[in-house]
Design a protein around this ligand. Structure first.
Ligand code: NI
Length: 181
């Protein structure tokens, strides 16, 4: 078990565009994924991207199943997604609260495409292709953004819906525990 330190917003490594993975099923790749899963689990995150632990690689992991931070979210199977691409299926947008392990203690409302198809590879180089909507789609898009150096606050349009969790809950604006990491 190797829990890594999660970088916080302001670290330039979080703002960089990550490099594609070229070699699959390597010791290095498997070790990275193990570290990412350990870190995500230790932090109770719904997802994690490699740049968040300082690794320059287009690798994301996510899982929503019995996550105490998101008790009302639909289950998303544990997924390791490498070199992902996202295709937006239609024009519908959905606004929802997001959080990020790199922006601890805060939440903000982000509007994102509601229905997507994502593709990529598993650690062995086999293709993954899935459609996703709702929270599942949001998590994937949030994690994908990390690979392009984008953190969710950069996608907020209405900053009256951004702040510290405690204050948002106290003022009644944040009711349910929302998205992502
Ligand atoms: Ni995040």
């Amino acid at each position: 078990m190797s829990v890594k330190k999660v970088l916080r917003m302001g670290d330039p490594r979080l703002a960089a565009v990550a490099s594609e993975v070229r070699a699959f099923d390597t010791t290095e790749l498997h070790q990275l994924i193990e570290d990412m899963l350990d870190t995500m689990q230790a932090e109770n995150g719904a997802g994690l991207a490699a740049p968040q632990i300082g690794i320059d690689a287009r690798v994301v992991v996510f899982e929503v199943a019995g996550n105490p931070r998101y008790p009302e979210a639909e289950a998303v199977p544990r997924t390791i997604l490498i070199n992902p691409t996202i295709e937006v299926m239609d024009d519908s947008l959905e606004a929802g609260w997001e959080g990020c392990l790199s922006v601890p203690g805060m939440r903000g409302v982000v509007s994102r495409p509601a229905n997507i198809r994502y593709r990529g590879f598993d650690p062995y180089g086999d293709t993954i292709s899935r459609t996703a909507s709702g929270f599942h789609a949001r998590v994937v898009q949030h994690e994908y953004d990390h690979l392009d150096g984008i953190l969710y606050p950069q996608r907020i349009e209405d900053f009256s819906q951004f702040g510290f969790i405690d204050e948002l809950v106290e003022s009644g604006r944040l009711v349910a525990m929302p998205c992502d990491d």
